[in-house]
Design a protein around this ligand. Structure first.
Ligand code: NAD
Length: 321
């Protein structure tokens, strides 16, 4: 069995490898070659922790396994370790034997950023120039860094519920050599691409804040009750997602569905666009929206990729198991 500890991931994994792994597995999901297992998420009644499993099997990539982990709200204060903790376990699909154990914390941020980047590649206008960010927390920095590689963006505009956090994303934009401007939400109408990545439970980005032709990647809503954008925006947009079942139950589409504004049939898999079985964006005025809920197969795909890199570079720890 191969072990890739969390401390090794930053040196091994690249944004390019994460992008490639996620794009491939989204395509496999839409082709029916890969599927996610039902998600388990439990409040365990200890340390206020939420713990669960996300797993799946990709028959095309022969990747089988699960990500186990969750959220321990007291970690930072009590133990000086981050609150989100996860580990990916991969199994040999031919034998069921455990194949690898991989640190999942940084991989989660990289695979989530890769998902919105895949949506930008396939759905944003080619001439997109202004990138809007709603959110400035931990994930937002990864999202912005990856998105800037997808188009020749000339400006980043940002809004955050806690404005004091905006320097987090300003730093990333500046490092990439792109000017940054803090704006009010109604100025998001200027953006050609908007990424929303917050832990909000109420819509902050309204349908009127989004201009014609924009691509919106909604990346924060991954639980029942969370919401980042007004449900009416999904009615106005062509809606895509990683996994339809998750989008309508725990993703951004849960609200538009429950309000009767759209139906399940209005939500399309991004993998179908990658595979060419859905046309994706069909005009420059169309608003496209990607509801990125986060699927187990994404975690397995990036974990398998980092295991390959660790083996190639002679940095994998092998144990008899
Ligand atoms: P974080 O705590 O570092 O940042 C939270 C962000 O949400 C900040 O920008 C904060 O200002 C904003 N926020 C907090 N309360 C808000 C409110 N009431 N209204 C509007 N904005 C508010 O968290 P993070 O690690 O950056 O994660 C952000 C979100 O992304 C979380 O909801 C997390 O569950 C989700 N997430 C999704 C995926 C996925 O695959 N879709 C993966 C990882 C994380």
């Amino acid at each position: 069995m191969i072990i890739v500890p969390e401390r090794e991931i930053a040196d091994l994994m690249t944004r390019e490898a994460a992008f490639e792994a996620v794009e491939k597995v989204f395509a496999a999901m839409a082709a029916g070659d890969a599927y996610n297992f039902p998600v388990v998420r439990e409040a365990i009644g200890h340390e206020d922790a939420l713990y669960g499993f996300k797993g799946g099997f990709d028959q095309a990539g022969l990747t089988l396994g699960l990500k186990a982990g969750g959220y321990w709200p007291n970690n930072l204060e009590k133990r000086d370790i981050i609150n989100h903790q996860s580990t990916v376990f991969l199994f040999d699909p031919d034998t069921g034997k455990a194949k690898a154990m991989v640190g999942g914390n940084l991989l989660t941020a990289l695979r989530t950023a890769a998902a919105s980047s895949v949506s930008i590649k396939h759905l944003a206008r080619k001439d997109a120039k202004v990138l809007g960010m709603v959110g400035a927390g931990h994930q937002a920095t990864f999202q912005l860094r990856a998105a800037l590689e997808q188009r020749k963006f000339e400006k980043v505009i940002g809004w955050n519920y806690h404005p004091e956090m905006l320097p987090n994303i300003e730093k990333v934009a500046k490092e990439a050599g792109v000017p940054f401007e803090a704006v009010e939400l109604d100025s998001m109408a200027e953006a050609d691409v908007i990424i929303s990545i917050t832990s909000s439970f109420d819509a902050t980005l309204m349908a009127d804040h989004v201009g014609a032709g924009c691509h919106v990647a909604c990346m924060g809503t991954d639980t029942k009750g969370k919401q980042e954008v007004e449900a009416a925006l999904l009615q106005k947009a062509t809606v895509f997602t990683d996994e339809v079942a998750q989008s309508i139950s725990i993703g951004e589409a849960q609200h538009a569905i429950s309000e009767g504004l759209i139906t399940e049939g209005d939500v399309h898999q991004i993998g179908a666009v990658i595979n060419g079985t859905h046309p994706g964006r069909t005009s420059d005025d169309e608003i496209t929206l990607f509801d990125g809920t986060g699927v187990g197969l994404q975690d397995l795909a990036v974990a398998a990729s980092v295991v390959d890199l660790a083996v190639e570079q002679g940095r994998a720890i092998e144990v008899d198991f």
